[in-house]
Design a protein around this ligand. Structure first.
Ligand SMILES: C[S@@+](CC[C@H](N)C(=O)[O-])C[C@H]1O[C@@H](n2cnc3c(N)ncnc32)[C@H](O)[C@@H]1O
Length: 294
């Protein structure tokens, strides 16, 4: 049985934390390796979501972050209640003992360490009075903890994750755990989107932009970073802010913060500043990213 591994990932430096030996690859006509990606769609919460709320509550924990309280599912046994056909990508990852299968499952079923860093940063620097009424996107949301912080502080939030089954089985239940009773049938502007960043951006390109984009542990794969920047460009308002939490280096996949900053410099659309850092365990930072001033 798959267990949601909601422990903080403190993998050793030697460990290849993304075992991708089972990745599904396709060769294109130039014999280059490519990974097919999922299309994007809006995911609506199932109509019977409230029937399972007691189960989610029994497996949840409450956390105080500054003046915001948030609740989320804490431990791993919930998937036993779902048909594995409806959790197919998470199940594939579990069966292959992987945190990530590129293009199939992108790691959203557990809460990653940098989410905790960013929550702590938000608690100090983005209290309710600063984030209230802002439009916020939790990009690569996984469990949705960052977006839930923003929602509970009064923001209007959209959640985006690569995997539909992560959104349905983890993100949406987590969001519902945080809704006041009267809101639980009326999502009041909260939306959920699955799929690849490029497809999501195309699907929603005409929608209103976001004041704040929160994103944690989403730069591990250099092949996807340009898509990520394009998504920032399309989805961020002119004066908007991106808060990106990540590790300095992702062993086994090649991405990392110094490499990402080089890309930002070459790309020239954005400027970034390190606003928080820690060298405890694996080194991690938070970047504040804004549109470059020309
Ligand atoms: C390592 S998980 C981090 C999840 C969560 N942000 C956290 O910190 O707990 C990486 C997340 O990035 C997203 N992601 C990675 N590549 C993506 C892509 N090409 N398109 C859309 N989302 C992607 C996935 O949705 C996944 O949840």
């Amino acid at each position: 049985m798959f267990k949601f591994d909601f422990k903080v990932d403190n993998g050793s430096e030697e460990e290849n934390i993304f075992k991708d030996d089972t990745k599904e690859v396709v060769k294109n006509t130039k014999n280059e390796t490519t990974v097919e990606c999922y299309d994007s769609k809006e995911i609506k919460p199932p109509s019977n979501i409230n029937e399972n709320l007691d189960l989610y509550k029994a497996n949840s924990m409450e956390v105080n972050a500054g003046d915001v309280t948030l609740t989320y599912i804490k431990s791993g046994d919930l998937l036993q209640f779902f048909d594995t056909n409806t959790t197919k990508d998470i199940t594939k990852a579990e069966e292959s003992h992987s945190d990530l299968i590129p293009g199939v499952y992108e790691g959203g079923a557990k809460i990653w360490e940098c989410t905790e860093d960013l929550i702590a940063y938000l608690a100090i620097n983005y209290p309710t009075e600063k984030i209230k009424s802002k439009r916020v996107l939790d990009l690569g949301c996984g469990s949705g903890v960052l977006g839930i912080y923003a929602h509970n502080a009064g923001a209007l939030v959209h959640f985006q994750d690569y995997n539909e089954d992560v959104l349905e089985k983890i993100t949406i239940p987590n969001v519902f755990l945080n809704l006041p009773e009267e809101e639980s049938t009326n999502l009041d502007g909260i939306k959920f989107y699955s799929g690849d960043w490029a497809k999501y951006t195309e699907l929603t390109k005409d929608d209103e932009k976001f004041d704040i984009i929160l994103t944690s542990e989403t730069i591990y794969n250099p092949d996807n970073q340009r898509k990520l920047l394009d998504t920032f460009d399309v989805k961020l308002s002119e004066k908007g802010t991106i808060l990106l939490a990540a590790k300095i280096y992702y062993f086994g996949v090649g991405g990392g913060l110094r490499q990402f900053e080089e890309l930002l410099k070459k790309d020239k659309r954005f400027q970034s500043e390190i606003v928080w850092s820690s060298s405890e365990g694996l080194s991690r930072e938070i970047l504040e990213i804004k549109r470059a001033v020309l």
